[in-house]
Design a protein around this ligand. Structure first.
Ligand code: ATP
Ligand code: MG
Length: 376
């Protein structure tokens, strides 16, 4: 095979990824995140400073012919912390939240399930810096809410799941888990309240009564982690000697948090959750196009007029004007999963057939009715 475990986002897929990026970007901006773009090529010194050059097994390492060594970014604490050190001088510079939407490289032993686990994948990663624990906690909650708003916009239900804090923290972190058999995590959740815990760290087991509401009995499910939030404490502030001057003149080290969201994995999870035997059913908010316009033989003129009208009104229309059979065009429209299919043919006369991807019901509408329906 030409491409193994690496992926090309072709025009339709990239349009979906761009929409996912936009939804996340909007929510991160709304809570004060500032977008940056950090390098993928990381000098060895940065990774040496935290000890991760030797301890992180997924790190791809590169030799330059200049004799210098580099890592490909598998996460960006090692880059963002020295950047923050330049930006944070006084408590007045805090809080600071920087994020990017960018590619990560990890030498995963098992790259599997396509874009759900790749060696090269895209992530939204945000890093925040705070004066004290209290301000960190405030922001942590804001990010959790922003994540839930964003998942809601893309029609995913993500369970906020307690998990271990990772190697450098004994605090719990939270993972955002979408129930699907295509995932790699097992979670225990309460059917009566929102309690949910990753089975890897759980003190509980299936059937235990819920430690939160005491009402439900814990159930088990397979899930895919689409995002997570971590309390990093002062681990990186210490490693990179980041200090700021506090109001009373003393030198303090900022508390740091990090917030990941796998954008490419999310695209795969949406497909896992939303498809039928004919293909994908994209939620409208991330669909590559709003409409697919299928024109059949003899209706080219009418299709041209409708296409012009719709695009002029701002609709995103994919016009299937290929010289293919109706059956092939309908099957491809279903496969691609665009939310609405419009058909013009000799049979529809000067009207248009409207069908939602998720339903079998068709309606005959005028062009004006199509436009009205789109804007309603
Ligand atoms: P996992 O537990 O799935 O290995 P992780 O805990 O290592 O992920 P982070 O390093 O915090 O995850 O990355 C943030 C997000 O990036 C994850 O929640 C997930 O959505 C996504 N992600 C992580 N690894 C991959 C991968 N190899 N391929 C695609 N997406 C990934
Ligand atoms: Mg994880």
């Amino acid at each position: 095979m030409l491409f193994r475990s690496v992926y090309i986002y072709t025009p339709m897929g990239l349009r979906v990824l761009n929409k996912i990026r936009s939804v996340i970007r909007e929510e991160m901006n709304a809570i004060g995140g500032q977008e940056v773009l950090m390098p993928s090529l990381h000098p060895k010194q940065n990774w040496g400073q935290t000890g991760a050059w030797d301890s992180v097994d997924v790190l791809f390492k590169l030799d330059s012919r200049t004799g210098k060594e580099y890592a490909l970014g598998q996460s960006h604490e090692e880059i963002v912390t020295p950047l923050a050190k330049e930006m944070i001088k006084s408590y007045k510079d805090l809080p600071l939240a920087l994020y990017q939407i960018h590619w990560k490289f990890r030498d995963e032993l098992r790259a599997k399930s396509g874009i759900l686990r790749g060696r090269e994948f895209e992530m939204k990663d945000m890093y925040s810096f705070h004066e004290n624990q209290e301000d960190f906690e405030r922001f942590y909650e804001e990010v959790k809410k922003a994540y839930l708003r964003a998942y809601d916009k893309i029609d995913l239900v993500a369970k906020v799941t307690e998990a271990s804090g990772g190697g450098f923290s004994n605090k719990i972190s939270y993972e955002f888990m979408v129930l699907t058999d295509a995932g790699e995590d097992d979670i225990y959740y309460c059917p009566s309240c929102e309690f949910c815990v990753n089975s890897e760290i759980a003190k509980q087991k299936v059937g235990d009564s819920c430690p939160k509401c005491n009402e439900g009995e814990l159930l088990e499910a397979r899930a895919s982690e689409v995002g997570n939030v971590f309390d990093l404490g002062t681990k990186y502030s210490k490693d990179f000697e980041v200090f700021y001057v506090y109001a009373d003149g003393s030198k303090q080290q900022p508390i740091m948090g990090c917030y990941g969201w796998g954008t490419t994995r999310t695209m795969g999870v949406i497909v896992e959750k939303s498809h039928d035997e004919r293909g994908i059913i994209w939620p409208a908010s991330v669909a590559p196009y709003q409409l697919v316009l299928v024109s059949l033989a003899g209706a080219e003129q009418q299709a041209q007029g409708l296409y012009d009208q719709l695009t002029k009104a701002g609709a995103e229309v994919l016009w299937d004007d290929r010289d293919e059979s109706p059956g092939k065009k309908f099957a491809d429209a279903d496969l691609i999963g665009v939310p609405v299919r419009l058909v013009v043919s000799e049979k529809t006369g000067d009207k248009v057939e409207w069908k939602n991807r998720a339903s079998d019901k068709t309606e005959l509408l005028t062009a004006k009715q199509v436009l009205d329906k789109l804007s309603s």
